[in-house]
Design a protein around this ligand. Structure first.
Ligand code: GMT
Length: 375
């Protein structure tokens, strides 16, 4: 099939999922066209089967906001026609489903009927999309999609609760490409980060308020009362300064390493002992799944789709949002004994294997095929 993928090309989870899916589809012989404003961060190479089409938005001083949706719709129409695309797959409803619908309508005028799948990722529904400023347009464009998927059952339930959705929502979870996982322990540079007697605790996110980065620091400070450790924070965002201040207030600043945005998360995960994800909301928690794939147990909240990924008492533990004492207690339970730690590490990896791309990608292919069969 010829598949056009629209996504955010940045470090966010939805862009990572869309990019890995496109690479996976191309490995299975499909022709994949990424259409977005920048080459996606995880798309390191282009090949005969993977193409990238940049959406440019010229600056014009009359506009307070440059009309990205118009540029995207136009680019979609031109690319779909030029490459005879079969399926348009948009990731993150805002504004991609809306621009995709406009492209569909424009193409219809020329007798070209493209099928559009919209994959809902989380904040497009629970945070941004539910806002009254956007809700009508998001609701409309989800209903106008030929197929709608969500990355967890929890997100599906949220979508049906928040919006008035007429079409079926298929749950297709996020995944890990184990064949391309860089899990080579010889690469591990643990000694560069921590002393031999220190545990390495990791958090990866965009440091937005929904991630509750202050809780990450508080949990870590509680752990430090009983266990020598370092905290590595990967990613950047609006709450970084707040996190630095909390670390200073709690007297743990010297034990926290802020690494900023990184394309080398695997290198950190390979020597991480524990992963913290105390989010307020999380439709799936791809960062937690990636940690588990590297045998890192997860301490998370029990919000949204996290219980569909992290299994209580096996791959890690789940607590109520904000209960930093419980999260620290659970972390120490895992770390206090090497045998227990190893048991959790093995279970985390085993659980992550349930999300192997080899199984998940087939669900997308089946849905694409069924869309093409419908007239
Ligand atoms: O977590 C974020 O803020 C980024 C956001 C995104 O859209 O890139 O992540 C969402 O999609 C990811 C991929 O499907 C999910 O793993 C995250 O749980 C989800 N984030 C939230 O629901 C807050």
């Amino acid at each position: 099939m010829k598949i056009a993928i629209v996504c955010y090309p940045t470090f966010g989870g939805s862009g990572v999922v869309a990019t890995e899916l496109g690479i996976g589809l191309s490995n299975r012989g499909h022709e994949v066209h990424f259409i977005t404003y920048k080459q996606p961060v995880r798309l390191e190479y282009l090949s005969a089967n993977i193409h990238f089409h940049e959406v440019s938005v010229p600056e014009y001083p009359l506009f307070h906001y440059q009309p990205y949706e118009l540029a995207l719709s136009t680019k979609l129409v031109n690319t779909i026609k030029k490459y005879d695309i079969d399926i348009l797959h948009v990731h993150y409803a805002i504004p991609h489903a809306y621009a995709g619908y406009m492209a569909k309508q424009m193409l219809k005028e020329d007798g070209y009927h493209i099928k559009m799948m919209t994959t809902l990722h989380g904040t497009d529904i629970t945070l941004v999309g539910s806002h009254n400023f956007y809700k009508g347009a998001v609701n409309f464009s989800i209903n106008k999609s030929d197929c709608v998927t969500s990355v967890s059952n929890s997100l599906k339930i949220d979508t049906l609760r928040i919006f008035d959705i007429k079409n079926k929502i298929y749950v297709v979870p996020n995944f890990i490409d184990f064949d391309n996982l860089n899990d080579d322990v010889e690469d591990c540079q643990r000694h560069t980060m921590a002393d031999d007697d220190e545990m390495i605790i990791t958090h990866v996110s965009n440091l937005r308020p929904v991630k509750r980065i202050s809780d990450v620091i508080k949990i870590f400070a509680n752990i430090l009362k009983h266990q020598k450790a370092k905290l590595i924070v990967i990613g950047d965002g609006p709450d970084r300064d707040k996190a630095v201040n909390v670390a200073l207030e709690l007297g743990v600043r010297n034990q926290v390493i802020f690494m900023g945005k990184s394309n080398d998360i695997e290198k950190i995960l390979c020597f991480s002992d524990l992963f913290l994800l105390p989010s307020e909301k999380e439709s799936f928690g791809l960062a937690a799944l990636e940690a588990m794939a590297h045998s890192v147990p997860v301490i998370s909240t029990n919000t949204g789709g996290l219980p569909e990924v992290n299994i209580q008492g096996k791959s890690g533990y789940l607590s109520n949002v904000g209960d930093v004492d419980d999260m620290a207690k659970n972390a120490l339970k895992i770390l206090s004994n090497p045998k227990t730690h190893q048991k959790f590490k093995d279970a985390a990896k085993a659980r992550a294997r349930d999300f192997d791309i080899k199984n998940i990608i087939k669900s997308y292919e089946e849905l694409y095929k069924s869309m093409l069969v419908e007239s």
